[in-house]
Design a protein around this ligand. Structure first.
Ligand code: AMP
Length: 398
């Protein structure tokens, strides 16, 4: 797959529309608590400014229900951009109203305009043609640098691309990097290739599991989803999270792994609790001995050690989903141990998914990972082998 990239098109002196992902976490006082997503977009923005472009930035933020809700305004983002870029950011009052279109029209080289939250307009998520065409009318060139939403066919991600030919649209540096990493790891990994899959449910990652099994050498399954597999093997898992209707699918995945010679690892011990509660009494048990009314909320130390051993010879590790309820300290140890094991390995390590990215930040292993993907849903769809709608329009050749 060859992606049209910003560095390969002529942008000098042009008006550029950049779809960014500024959907950052904020506290109740509208303070940005983690500006990583904003900082990740700076490469592309600076490149455009250095090429004497005028720049229109657009992003969604949260899920507003009205045409304007102060708490979803991008004003705090404009302030942070100003701090980081050390230049004035013109903050639009809306998205595609005449006053904003006029500001966009008169934007000079080196100037930056930030549009209001794209989701104030319901046309964004509906991929509305009129909305997309108005967005497109503002600029000469369209750049997508929002990996986290590229799996959505939204107006600023998909609809808008129809208004630009291949010389006038491209992936920004961030999007290109994310896509290349995942493409390489899924299609051409250095072996042994080990995938660690966790998180709450099998249902959310079923397709990813089906797509991964034929590609990997080993697959380590933890988190809530492991219990559906353990139950499929006939174990009693108490009140642990189980998706009964997916037991046949879990069996199928295990049979396929066996037939292909892929080593599939499941937890051998878990931290079980009487309730889904940070204060609940917890104990360590083997997966053969989970008490009837207890639920497994983390992998135990024996499993973490086993996973560590299985990772020893890995040359590529792809990790998506925590090993337990890492949000509660009591059930975070398994995920922390696995995070350290991944960080200490000599493999190329790719971490995908919002929770897992969050986790490796908490464990302090972030700098040791080769690549941390910003987009959870988008990275899962890439692993599932799908072409993301926002990327499809930017592909030069397959
Ligand atoms: P996902 O969005 O599917 O990647 O799931 C992430 C969530 O799975 C996190 O919020 C964890 O708290 C949750 N999780 C992980 N392990 C378990 C478990 N054993 N039981 C219930 N929830 C879990």
């Amino acid at each position: 797959m060859k992606l049209q990239e910003i560095k390969n098109i002529d942008i000098a002196g042009k008006k550029i529309f950049i779809r960014c992902d500024f959907n950052v976490p904020m506290d109740e006082y509208h303070n940005i608590t983690d500006d990583r997503r904003i900082r990740s977009a700076l490469n592309t923005i600076r490149y455009c400014i250095d090429n004497d472009c005028s720049v229109i930035l657009a992003s969604h933020f949260g899920r507003p229900k009205e045409a304007f809700e102060e708490k979803y305004s991008l004003k705090p983002i404009a302030k942070r951009l100003h701090t980081l870029l050390k230049q004035e950011i013109k903050m639009a009052k809306n998205i595609v109203e005449p006053d904003t279109l006029e500001i966009a029209k008169n934007l000079q080289a080196g100037e930056i305009l930030l549009l209001e939250n794209l989701r104030y307009n319901e046309g964004e998520t509906k991929n509305d043609e009129e909305f997309a065409s108005k967005l497109a009318s503002m600029a000469d060139v369209y750049i997508n640098d929002a990996f986290g939403v590229s799996h959505r066919a939204h107006a600023s991600v998909e609809g808008i691309t129809k208004y630009f030919d291949m010389k006038h649209k491209a992936a920004g540096f961030l999007l290109a990097k994310e896509i290349k990493f995942f493409h390489h790891i899924v299609h051409n990994p250095k072996r042994p290739f080990v995938s660690i899959v966790g998180g709450s449910k099998v249902s959310g990652k079923l397709e990813a599991l089906h797509n991964l099994v034929p590609k990997v050498d080993k697959i380590l399954i933890g988190g809530g989803m492991a219990f559906t597999f353990l139950k499929a093997l006939g174990l009693e898992v108490g009140k642990s999270l189980v998706e009964e209707h997916l037991i046949p699918e879990a069996t199928k995945i295990m049979e396929e792994a066996k037939a292909l010679g892929v080593k599939l690892y499941l937890p051998v011990d878990v931290v079980a609790a009487e309730a889904f509660d940070a204060e609940a009494i917890a104990k360590l048990v083997t997966t053969q001995e989970i008490p009837k009314n207890w639920m497994g909320l983390d992998i135990g130390p024996a499993t973490a050690q086993m996973f560590k051993l299985a990772l020893n010879d890995a040359n590529t590790i792809l990790w998506n989903g925590p090993m337990g309820v890492y949000e509660m300290d009591k059930f975070a140890k398994g995920s922390t141990r696995v995070s350290h094991a991944v960080a200490q390995s000599f493999a190329t390590t790719v971490v995908g998914g919002g929770d897992t990215a969050d986790l490796v930040r908490i464990t302090g292993d972030e700098d040791e990972m080769t690549f941390i993907s910003t987009g959870g849903g988008a990275s899962l769809e890439l692993i599932e082998g799908k072409v993301l709608p926002g990327v499809k329009a930017l592909v030069l050749e397959d």
